[in-house]
Ligand binder design. Sequence first.
Ligand code: BG6
Length: 440
Amino acid sequence: MPEDFQVLGISRRNYTDTQFRDFIFEKSLKKLGNKFDKNIISNFLKKLIYIKGYFNEDSTYNRINECLLSKTSGLNFCDNKLYYLAVPPKFYMDIFKNLAKSGLTLSCSPESGWTRILVEKPFGRDISTAAKLDQMLGKLFMEKQIFRIDHYLAKDTIRNILFFRFSNIIFEPIWNNNYIEKIEIKLLEDLDIGTRGSFYDNIGALRDVGQNHILQMLALIAMENPKEHSAEKIREGRVKVLKSLMPINKPEDIEKNIIRGQYDGYKDNKDVESTSKTETYFNVKAYIANKRWKDVPFYLESGKALDSKKTEIVIYFRNTINCLCHQDHKDSVHQNILSIKIFPKEGIFIRFWAKKPGLYSDLEPRDLEFEYKTIENKSTDAYEKVLLDCMRGDQTLFTSTEEVKLAWKYITPILKNWSSTKLHIYEKNSSPGAFPSNNQ
Ligand code: BG6
């Protein structure tokens, strides 16, 4: 961080600056242990200022203004300003409107500092609410000022997808429907919704992680070579994939291609409707209508309260070659599998077949594994990368307006038909294998 910066925390709580600093220390800096010198930590904490306020009140924005102009803050209205909306999306409209009204989004001149806005997903509830929000945001900011976070894009292993695919000659030639049978993208979680009832019951799994994290992983796995490492080209590549997703909009197609579930006990959570039909699990069989991916199913699966937390992308190659194995094993499946592991391991795993040592010609599966590092030793968090890139003005890891629109375009017809789609009630700690199959 540069010498001159301030962080203004704004919320409803009654904190003094000191209490706010203690809170930040306890919640986040303490766990860094001895990674940083004590002086660095204490100098950082001095940069934190707290403003109590409600998002719908003018006085909150006046206080931000006063703070920016006060001598003690050392800030200037014309400094670079980054507004990070780490708030439930229902407050977005109010905040956008009030920021605009207060003049806090104005630049002093084209040269004197930038203003950027960082928003969390879900951006809208469906295609029409997202469009409304976008319209509002578009009036206040230019696209280059808007940073829509999808923290999955900033994970090292996910960023590695493009490097891995396009820096190694051995994978790209077989990255298509001639060689790939199916792809699974899984974001499975053992935790239930905990205390997030009021947020989650309004949203459900498909909006929470499907519309964003899972579709973004799909876009990176399926996109064409962007040819250059620039935000523009990479976003363009992701857009093309999202555009080619085959819509699932007829109730009978939804029934056939999508499994939807809710864990038993979900409705007992605080702030969850007792008659709630919100899904905590989904498995969507998706297809991409282009030459490379014609007829290759992508299984997009996510759930809460399952038996373990696991995030991975598994690519199953076709079993087309005539193996040189013993006559008795001619018919058995010798499938190659490539798995991009995101959690708990971070790395890449390849399954291949090799001759068993010994006198006979039997084959056995063997694995090649590359692991970044264990999660415990992880040096950076996806959010560190997200914040840093926003300050640098690099939009590669942020979703564009177009991507958000296309993701909603795919998801909205499914959501519209949710109420008539069967909801499977599953036991907590179920394994994903316990769900009905959409693998026909
Ligand atoms: C968030 C969702 O965006 O992603 C959560 O709101 C989910 O419900 C989380 O648990 C998963 O992220 P990660 O990084 O823990 O896999």
